[in-house]
Design a protein around this ligand. Structure first.
Ligand code: TXA
Ligand code: MG
Length: 320
């Protein structure tokens, strides 16, 4: 029997019983549990095979709840929360002692966001605790953007995927931390740098593998298909270099015509980066399930969501 269900009350019952439930958000599906249940949180880490040093994002449903969990709210954090919540932005803030160490991996900060998805918000309203939810994929694998993706990963290990349809945004939230109250981007994501700068002015980006101890989800190789994947500017040129291979192509807007290409996905014929982002992970899942020797992904223009898409493609690929 399928573990996929639309029944919110069933999800509520399981979460109240300290179980782990996969939930929809506007970015990607999350593997959710009660932040105050050691059993549930340990089970999230075990299910994902995620190292315990990698902290989790806490999902709440209203800004008013912030003061329960956070000891200090920089002015620019407040502006960002007002501008983007509910939405794909996570704020890393000084935590109060009520946040269990397992959630924050022993740090003095906690990552928090209000997801913009009706099912997730309704679920959070019906619970009397926030939900910790990392993306619902085994550590290092491609994040899930449909209930089916989650089912494929975890049908034998979790009891339920709450189905909220395909994720509208398709890339994880942008993560912002603070240094002396000044914002820093820790992870590029579904809220573009330009949109953030429109609220707080110019912002520095530390979206690098060197910050692995701070945001270990940013390990260099992440979001990775099992098929060898390369990221290039010119797809046709790359095809020529890989004669005799079965090649899959992940293109932004135009089709590549070449006999070596046995499978191809065009992310947005209309050159729309929002649409391309929303389809990115599903395309990677599809390409990875074909019999291919090589996936060639095309680099995006480095602006707007193109930066976040390139970041994910970069982490999905090996040195080329
Ligand atoms: O869109 C999203 O953010 C999705 C959905 C489910 O909300 N969640 C998600 O979670 O992407 P996860 O666990 O896959 O990525 C969370 C990232 C990790 O890289 C983690 O290291 C970082 O957030 N993080 C969590 N708490 C942190 C903290 N206190 N300081 C710095 N980084 C933190
Ligand atoms: Mg993740």
């Amino acid at each position: 029997m399928s573990i996929i269900s639309k029944d919110i009350s069933k999800a509520v019952a399981l979460l109240n019983a300290e179980e782990v439930v996969a939930i929809p958000t506007e970015t990607v599906y999350g593997l959710a549990g009660n932040i105050f249940s050691e059993k549930a949180i340990k089970s999230i880490f075990e299910t994902k095979k995620r190292p315990f040093f990698n902290p989790l994002i806490v999902h709440i449903h209203s800004v008013e709840e912030l003061s329960i969990y956070v000891s200090h709210l920089p002015k620019k954090a407040k502006l960002l929360a007002e501008a983007f919540w509910p939405g794909p932005l996570t704020l890393v803030l000084k935590k109060k002692a009520i946040i269990p160490d397992l959630i924050s991996a022993g740090k003095d900060t906690v990552a928090i966001r209000i997801p913009n998805h009706p099912t997730a918000l309704e679920l959070l309203k019906q619970l009397d605790f926030p939900l910790a939810a990392p993306s619902a994929n085994p550590f290092g694998n491609i994040s899930p953007t449909t209930a089916r993706h989650v089912e494929r990963y975890f049908k034998d290990t979790i009891k339920m995927v709450l189905d909220g349809g395909p994720c509208e945004r398709g890339i994880e939230s942008t993560i912002i931390g603070f240094d002396h109250d000044e914002p820093i981007i820790y992870r590029l994501g579904s809220t573009s740098v330009e949109a953030i700068e429109g609220i707080v002015g110019s912002i520095s980006i530390q979206n690098k593998k060197e910050i692995a101890p701070d945001a270990p989800g940013m390990l260099e190789r992440h979001y990775a298909p099992t098929t060898k994947t390369i990221l290039v500017n010119n797809v046709s040129e790359a095809i020529e270099k890989h004669h005799g291979k079965r090649i899959g192509v992940l293109a932004f807007h135009s089709e590549v015509k070449h006999p070596a290409v046995t499978f191809q996905i065009i992310l947005s014929k209309e050159k729309n980066m929002e649409i391309a982002a929303s389809r990115l992970y599903d395309a990677m899942h599809q390409l990875d399930s074909q019999v291919l020797d090589l996936i060639i992904a095309q680099r995006f223009p480095n602006a707007g969501l193109g930066k976040s898409i390139n970041d994910r493609l970069q982490r999905a690929t090996v040195a080329n």
